[in-house]
Design a protein around this ligand. Structure first.
Ligand SMILES: Cc1cc2nc3c(=O)[nH]c(=O)nc-3n(C[C@H](O)[C@H](O)[C@H](O)COP(=O)(O)OP(=O)(O)OC[C@H]3O[C@@H](n4cnc5c(N)ncnc54)[C@H](O)[C@@H]3O)c2cc1C
Length: 815
């Protein structure tokens, strides 16, 4: 009998639990669906320069789009800080941007200045794309002599990289350049050619915007002829012999490349375009601009996603595609659009390139080493395209100082930090492998090489840097590539900075921490609400949930259009959002029913238990400004609420109900905190508790009161500082700002989110920074929280402006 009752009891309890969980899931899902905002209209931050991989956001201080030389010269004379230069921005490692720089976006500097059809040359402004140039010269039956496979790139960007294409009997772009018009750091204009200012000519071409702005270029052209495709497949081991016999000295071959098929890398398809007299099979003379590409990006996804995709490409898709007869105009074959590769989404994974150059005789040894590394790291390689280049005539950063084969690697990678670290690991190994074969690697892609590897691959870099010291003595022309390798960017002060393991933080996290901090501000609001003697049943719990999800929607949208997707942080925000939704949902349901009833039984007066609970929430909200919530001593307050007040006494119902309710809430949190603490300690790198920054001060900081900041290194008026994180950061930064300290970079970033509280009636609008959004104080409709994104170098004037207008920083969101 007892057994039966126990079983029945157990079954009822189990049913109750399942029902409870189901109701919780359904109700929380509904509430989350109805909360937040789906209509976020926040524009992309135009001061963030990024490239197509979306992996390299850099905030600059100003962007200009010049259309003539005088505008560039004037800008260089007026702006005293660093200068970065961008063309099509298809380089993939921040080569077009430098923090806080004046960014010259050259894409409107795009006119054809002179076309000589007889002598077959053209002078263009450097921001013109190959595709726009083709539009002009095609009408005169002329073609670009050397360019990349795709036509979206600008002439200036291509010259600064010294690009190559698939042309046989050619090589780096420098081989087709007659002369350049350059603008130096002081605004002076000079002409450079192989015979005039030749060192500048050979430094600027392939010089990645580190020496001067390329204003104009005069380039050789060639006739636009018809070309016919022929392809053949072979074992990779037979390729070099085949190339020497049939391709290298064959003056009928215009374009050639050989695709090696992953994941085995044993077979190759040679694709050759030969001069032809046949009728064209494609009437268009150029691939139309703005064409929509439906299946091509999907096919790349299919090849990247599945082993069978790679097999199908080699055995079905390519044989079918190349079976068709193709006779095109040369310009048609040279006008590919990168949109044919563009995936629908780059947030979680992105496609990127890497390239290695190896002296022709070492092709097989290098290929073996490279493919072993790919296999070892399980790299998701989609294609390896081999091209050929004759030697460079003398650029200082030549990637082809001798005749080489280029291995162009097209691959897919995750955007998360682990995937990025994995790509860095295999990239560095392949760079070692290519250096061991006397080769080099390409510089426009992600900057993974160490400076030692860079120097080995580019042995004339010292000459390049000596030239830079001479013509750009103040190091104006800068970008991420030169930040990594130019010795002047790496003095003792910078080295000290680089040696701090936790110096750099992800800039996008300044936004993502906003909803997380809301779960600090909201408990403070609740503690204030209780301390003011309000009935807890009146606290707007549901509005708090809605506000959390509104902030979540806004910051995820904002960070995704400006920064790489931060999967770990987003997951964490979802987890804390869901648990808060469940907690507040039950609190709201309870407080507005039973809580309200017991409050009424106590004549709407707070009991001793109410006061202890209010103090507990105050202590909790104080702690979470400095520490993780799970560090709070919930059990201490549980003991207090049971032991301190008399058990019986006036308003016994309310007293008992409060004790029970509080025990349920804090008891559950006590257990939950233990689990989260364990998970957090095992999954996140422990923070050293500091934020690091470079600051400038005109009074010697050593002698002054630095609050909690510490000086780690100093140079002239610059200081490398550490400041405690979280609440301490928001307290210390305004004090430093009031002492006249300005900030150059914080955690390697140039933008930071800041909030302050303002009155709805007398709203204050600062003239600095950019308003991101306004957020409700749910219990005080007359005030609101305003969140601004502020450039780090204007943080001090921003804080001072608030001060002058009687406002105070509420919080600085420290990544
Ligand atoms: C899909 C794809 C295919 C590619 N195929 C090839 C290929 O076949 N062959 C090849 O060689 N490369 C190839 N690349 C690499 C490409 O050629 C380079 O990234 C090139 O820089 C792109 O030109 P851009 O206009 O986008 O230059 P950006 O990326 O805008 O700039 C590149 C560099 O040039 C500097 N710069 C730009 N304009 C000027 C200027 N006016 N004056 C001074 N400096 C300037 C910038 O500061 C930067 O350092 C490819 C890249 C992609 C994404």
């Amino acid at each position: 009998m007892l057994k039966k009752i126990t079983i029945r009891l157990f079954k009822t309890l189990a049913k109750f639990l399942v029902g409870f969980i189901l109701i919780t899931i359904i109700a929380a899902t509904l509430i989350i669906k109805l909360s937040g905002t789906k209509h976020v209209e926040l524009p992309a931050n135009k001061l963030i320069i990024n490239d197509i991989t979306r992996l390299n956001p850099v905030t600059v201080s100003k962007v200009i789009r010049p259309t003539n030389i005088a505008q560039v010269s004037n800008a260089l004379r007026l702006f005293k800080g660093p200068i970065s230069i961008g063309g099509g921005k298809f380089s993939q490692g921040g080569q077009t941007a430098y923090p806080d720089s004046l960014h010259l976006d050259m894409r409107s500097f795009n006119q054809v200045i002179e076309l000589n059809t007889e002598q077959q040359w053209v002078t263009v402004q450097s921001g013109i794309t190959w595709r726009d140039l083709q539009e002009v010269i095609d009408k005169h039956d002329l073609s670009i002599k050397i360019m990349q496979t795709y036509a979206n790139f600008t002439v200036g960007g291509s010259l600064s990289v010294n690009v190559h294409g698939r042309y046989i009997g050619e090589g780096p772009l420098v081989r087709s350049v007659i002369s350049l018009k350059l603008i130096l750091a002081d605004g002076e204009v000079v002409v450079a050619s192989p015979t005039q200012h030749s060192e500048l000519f050979y430094g600027v071409i392939g010089g990645y915007g580190g020496l001067a702005v390329i204003a104009e270029a005069t380039l050789q052209l060639v006739p636009n002829i018809k070309v016919e495709r022929q392809t053949s497949t072979m074992a990779f081991s037979d390729y070099y012999q085949y190339f020497k016999q049939s391709i290298r000295d064959n003056d009928q071959v215009v374009f050639h490349n050989a695709d090696i098929y992953p994941p085995d890398y044993n077979d190759v398809r040679s694709v050759n375009w030969l001069k032809s007299d046949k009728d064209v099979t494609e009437q268009a003379r150029l691939i139309p601009k703005g064409k929509q590409y439906g299946w091509q990006p999907k096919a790349a996804d299919f090849v990247a996603d599945y082993a069978i995709g790679k097999w199908a490409r080699q055995h079905i898709i390519d044989p079918y595609m190349y079976d068709e007869e193709a006779v095109y105009w040369r310009n048609f074959e040279a006008s590919y659009d990168v949109n044919e590769l563009e995936p629908s989404d780059r947030s979680e994974t992105t496609y990127a390139l890497r390239e290695y150059f190896v002296p022709v005789d070492n092709i097989e040894r290098f290929a073996r080493k490279m493919t072993d590394i790919f296999t070892k790291h399980n790299a998701n390689i989609i294609n390896v395209s081999v091209r050929h280049a004759l030697p460079d005539p003398g650029t200082l950063l030549a990637w082809a100082p001798q005749e080489v084969f280029a291995f162009v690697i097209y691959y897919r990678q995750g955007t998360d930090l682990i995937s990025q670290a994995n790509v860095k690991a295999w990239s560095q190994e392949v760079i070692d492998a290519v250096i061991s074969e006397n080769g080099s690697y390409y510089l426009p892609y992600q900057i993974h090489a160490t400076t030692e590897q860079f120097k080995k691959a580019y042995p004339r870099a010292d000459q390049y840097f000596a030239l830079k010291d001479k013509i750009d003595p103040n190091n104006r022309f800068n970008n991420k590539l030169w930040q990594a390798h130019y010795p002047k960017n790496s003095d003792a002060f910078s080295q000290e900075k680089e040696s701090i393991p936790q110096y750099y933080r992800n800039e996008g996290q300044t936004l993502l921490t906003i909803p997380e901090w809301y779960l600090v501000f909201n408990p403070l609001e609740y503690a204030d609400f209780l301390a003011a003697g309000n009935n807890p049943s009146n606290f707007p719990f549901m509005a708090s949930i809605d506000e959390y999800w509104r902030l979540y929607d806004q910051v995820t949208h904002l960070s995704e259009i400006n920064y790489p997707r931060n999967e770990e942080y987003l997951t964490m925000l979802q987890v804390i959002g869901i648990s808060t939704t469940i907690e507040y949902m039950y609190k709201a349901a309870y407080e507005t029913t039973i809580g309200r009833l017991t409050h009424w039984t106590a004549n709407k007066q707070p009991t001793a238990e109410d006061r202890i609970i209010s103090d507990a929430h105050r202590a909790y909200s104080d702690l979470i400004f400095e520490q993780a919530w799970y560090e709070f001593d919930f059990s201490h307050w549980l003991g207090k609420v049971w032991l301190e007040p008399d058990f019986f006494g006036d308003n016994f119902i309310r007293k008992l109900e409060r004790k029970l309710f509080f025990s349920l809430e804090f008891g559950f949190k006590h257990l939950y905190a233990g689990a989260i603490k364990y998970a957090a300690k095992n999954s996140y790198e422990a923070s050293d508790g500091n934020i690091y920054m470079i600051a400038t001060s005109h009074i010697p900081l050593e002698a002054s009161n630095l609050y909690d900041a510490k000086i780690l290194a100093s140079k002239e008026q610059q200081y490398l500082l550490s400041v405690p994180r979280w609440g301490g950061f928001s307290e210390n930064i305004p004090k430093l700002a009031n002492a006249g300290v300005t900030f150059n970079d914080i955690s390697g970033n140039n933008a930071i989110a800041v909030s302050f509280i303002t009155n709805k009636q007398r709203e204050f609008i600062p003239s600095l920074g950019k308003l991101l959004f306004k957020s409700r104080q749910v219990s005080q409709p007359e005030v609101k929280r305003v969140v601004y994104l502020v450039s780090v170098d204007t943080l001090t004037p921003f804080i001072n402006q608030l001060d002058r207008n009687g406002h105070q920083i509420e919080h600085i969101f420290d990544y």
